[in-house]
Design a protein around this ligand. Structure first.
Ligand code: FES
Length: 140
């Protein structure tokens, strides 16, 4: 016959489970901080699509180029979505950009506005050939 655990023992076990959960969450966050998901090396040229598919004012993430393609009144431009801090992929933050890993922020032109990143987003070469938009991730 097994002895029924006391209320005190059950509370201690629950407390220990909570501590283990908190320790696991802390450890997981620490690993992500020191080993963020780094973007893969980009290819030399990525066709983003037909120029007509990007209206003036469009800002589109192009996964194959790991870049943000922007079209304004002056034409096309692109900026690398690879965070200059440790390489996480930058996402949109209103009209600006933000890094989900350590909180760096960049303005709409790619200038760093909040660290830990100290460098701006990298501007990439873009061309339109035969009505197709081509991004050159390795050329600035
Ligand atoms: S990878 Fe650290 S802030 Fe972006």
């Amino acid at each position: 016959m097994t002895e029924k655990p006391s209320r005190r023992q059950v509370l201690i076990w629950m407390g220990n489970l909570g501590l283990l959960g908190a320790a696991w969450a802390t450890l997981k966050g620490s690993v992500r901080f020191f080993d963020p998901p780094v973007a893969q090396p980009a290819v030399s040229a990525v066709e983003a699509g037909a120029a007509d598919d990007f209206p003036v004012g469009a800002r589109t993430f192009i996964p194959a180029a790991k870049a943000w393609l922007i079209r304004d009144e002056d034409g096309f431009s692109a900026m690398s979505a690879v965070c200059p801090h440790l390489g996480c992929t930058l996402g949109e933050d209103g009209a600006a950009f933000a890094c989900p890993c350590h909180g760096s922020r960049f303005d709409a032109a790619g200038a760093v506005t909040h660290g830990p990143a100290i460098a701006n987003m990298r501007h990439l070469a873009v061309e339109v050939a035969d009505g197709r938009v081509i991004i050159h991730p390795e050329m600035s």
